[in-house]
Ligand binder design. Structure first.
Ligand code: ATP
Ligand code: MG
Length: 215
């Protein structure tokens, strides 16, 4: 993972506010980026880490998942020009299934700037509904604030037992699932995936159909 941006390293090491936005990012799209920058702004975060899941246990077995290193390369490309956003490879380096509770522990111990940081784990409401089932949920709530953003679609009922921080972000009806089917059936990807990510997809020949190739 990249170092903290220079502007934030001068601040007191105890005060950092770090967003943790986990996902499969298969592929990363504008819905992810718009969410990350708006939560960063709304909550005054120093940094948001787009953490690439190694083995997304919720999705295992349901479809073929693009190799983790390719998903990481796409996320690195997505955040390269965006101040405050960084790509996280902690879960890939840890190996095995990705549990946020473990990721938070490792980040705090591995990155000295994070020693006394406050973590904000960011989820869309579809993912938020499942948060109480996440591994070692009680321990998780002691390590992080929980932030939820709405996604287009039916509103999701969330447990009142959890102290959610709700952040309003522009509602973009974009999903990686829809984007993967766009690759298959040739519908346009323009403006839904940023150009640096499209370049990685083309260079690595991901999602089988080369971009720009005749249908
Ligand atoms: P898939 O369709 O493969 O599940 P996805 O678009 O939901 O992909 P994920 O990698 O599963 O993307 O999502 C990572 C996180 O980003 C989740 O918390 C999810 O709720 C959130 N998210 C994804 N798309 C959006 C969006 N358009 N607006 C807000 N949050 C989103
Ligand atoms: Mg999803």
């Amino acid at each position: 993972m990249d170092k903290l941006p220079a502007a934030t390293t001068d601040q007191s090491a105890s005060g950092l506010r770090i967003g943790l936005f986990g996902g499969t990012f298969d592929p990363p799209h504008v819905g992810h980026l718009v969410t990350a920058v708006n939560v960063m702004h709304a909550l005054g975060l120093d940094q948001v880490i787009l953490m690439v899941a190694n083995v997304p246990w919720q999705k295992e077995g349901s479809r073929i998942i693009t190799p983790a290193q390719d998903r990481l390369a796409m996320v690195e490309a997505a955040v390269a020009a965006v101040p405050g956003l960084v790509a996280g490879d902690t879960e890939i380096r840890m190996g095995g299934p990705s549990y946020t509770v473990d990721t938070l522990q490792v980040l705090r111990h591995e990155v000295s700037e994070y020693d006394n940081a406050t973590f904000f784990t960011i989820v869309g409401d579809d993912a938020a509904a499942g948060v109480p089932t996440w591994e070692r949920f009680k321990e998780l709530t002691e390590l992080t604030e929980l932030v939820v953003v709405d996604r287009p679609g039916a509103p999701v009922a969330l447990s009142d037992d959890i102290k959610w921080i709700r952040v309003e972000v522009p509602h973009l009806d974009v999903s990686s699932t829809d984007l993967r089917s766009r690759f298959t059936d040739g519908r346009p990807l323009d403006y839904l995936i940023t150009q640096p990510v499209l370049d990685v997809i083309r260079d690595r020949a991901l999602y089988s159909t080369p971009i720009g190739a005749p249908a």
